[in-house]
Design a protein around this ligand. Structure first.
Ligand code: PLP
Length: 424
């Protein structure tokens, strides 16, 4: 099979531009650990606070240590079918960037990718602003977006696009989704899953195989799960990496992303901060080395800071810390969910049950004395409270708002107090 079968012609065009000195960085001489390696007298860098940090390190796609640390982490928490090894991944400055790498190298300008509504609005920028790839939204018309039947809606959109002469190249799933669906139908209430089930993921893989599409799965909230006693059959997290593509789709077309911006929070006494500023993400593509190679050509523009690289590696390598951190994180999410939902119940504000991610979808229109989402946002803003409306995420229903619950209690208290003031 030729290279152009699995990456775009634009991606193939990038291949000759991979910096020549990457081979050097990959095999650097060291008198004890690599005496047969290449002595680097070619690069103008000599600030040796630590031999590696503050230089070009191991290249622009993540240090060897961080790649190894990511493998250790992914193999421990994502249960990949084939153990992830360093050559299966590239490090990027964030998950948004990891997805943009896919847009650059797998697709051509004007190609389209399918994303279910509502969706994180920044996907439009990530796809389009530089790589010129278009988001094509999939509507569910009352169906729960996580159910098996929803897969048919993607196929219908694919067929409609084809008729229009558009080139659909991919499906992007976000598991769990951001924002959650805002439908309040009995159907959705029955299902209640917020991660895609194993069966649903396999159905998407089958669909991708049928139409020869790439499957991008943004798993940035993989660890953001918590116990929810309101949900009897909550769907657990299944990584796309854990599923066999055999008989379903071309394994070269499966690409997962994870990063530090959401699941990993830097802990202080009672405060959690998503580590968005660390700018470390990871793109895992276990069967497509040509794709990952093509990314090296423009990795200079995606080069994560080696200080952030070092910090991320130290966190991921510390299994004891990660285990205790993750269990503390889960219990704090559960605590926050209970806290906020108690308030919502008390004030008769409907919400969508969830067992994953940092958000709650709440129906403020049900209790507000104004009708439009913009008017509700204005009321909240007057009380200096910022939340986002689901219509801003192209939701099919109005009246719903996304509230981030992953805050310490005093922040939640202040926010909920202002919400109550705005709506009363
Ligand atoms: C679904 C989803 N993907 C990607 C990102 C961006 O992550 P990063 O900050 O690592 O680029 C976010 C951030 O909110 C997100 O919600």
């Amino acid at each position: 099979m030729s290279q152009s079968d699995c990456i775009s012609s634009r991606g193939v065009g990038f291949l000759p531009d991979v910096p020549k000195f990457f081979d050097v960085l990959n095999d650097l001489w060291h008198p004890e650990t690599n005496p047969e390696g290449i002595v680097n007298l070619g690069l103008a860098e000599n600030l040796h606070v630590n031999p590696h940090a503050l230089t070009y390190g191991d290249g622009f796609t993540g240090s060897k240590v961080l790649r190894k640390a990511f493998c250790q982490f992914l193999n421990r928490y994502f249960e990949p079918r084939i153990p992830v090894i360093p050559s299966h991944l590239t490090i990027t400055p964030g998950v948004g960037n990891a997805i943009e790498c896919c847009e650059w190298s797998l697709f051509n300008s004007q190609d389209q990718g399918l994303i279910g509504r509502p969706s994180w609005i920044a996907f439009n920028y990530i796809f389009g602003i530089r790589a010129g790839v278009q988001v094509r939204e999939v509507s569910f018309k009352g169906l729960d977006p996580f159910c098996l039947e929803a897969v048919d809606e993607y196929e219908k959109e694919y067929i409609a696009a084809k008729k229009e002469g558009k080139c659909i190249q991919a499906i992007l799933l976000c598991s769990p989704h951001n924002p959650l669906d805002s439908m309040n139908t009995a159907e959705a209430d029955k299902r209640q899953g917020r991660y895609y089930s194993k069966q649903a993921l396999m159905a998407y893989m089958r669909l991708c195989g049928k139409w020869d599409l790439h499957l991008l799965v943004d798993e940035i909230y993989a660890l953001s799960v918590f116990e929810n006693t309101e949900m009897e059959d909550a769907v657990p997290f299944t990584s796309v990496l854990s599923l066999s593509p055999e008989g379903l789709m071309d394994p070269r077309k499966i690409h997962a992303q994870w990063g530090f911006s959401r699941d990993i929070h830097v802990l202080t006494v009672r405060q959690d901060f998503g580590a968005t500023g660390l700018r470390i993400g990871c793109l895992i593509s276990q069967s497509n080395p040509v794709f990952l190679k093509s990314l090296e050509s423009f990795s200079l523009f995606n080069f994560p800071s080696s200080l952030a690289d070092n910090a991320a590696a130290a966190l991921l390598m510390d299994e004891k810390f990660m285990d205790s951190y993750i269990s503390l994180y889960h219990s704090r999410l559960e605590e926050s969910y209970k806290y906020v939902t108690r308030f919502l119940k008390k004030h008769g504000i409907p919400y969508r049950k969830s067992n994953a991610s940092l958000f709650l979808m709440v129906n403020l229109a049900a209790v507000a004395h104004v009708v439009s989402d913009d008017d509700i946002l204005a009321l909240l803003r007057k009380q200096k409270l910022y939340v986002t409306s689901a219509s801003g995420y192209q939701s099919e229903t109005s009246g719903w708002f996304r509230v981030v619950i992953a805050h310490p209690q005093h922040v939640l208290d202040e926010g909920l107090k202002r919400m109550q003031r705005a709506l009363s």
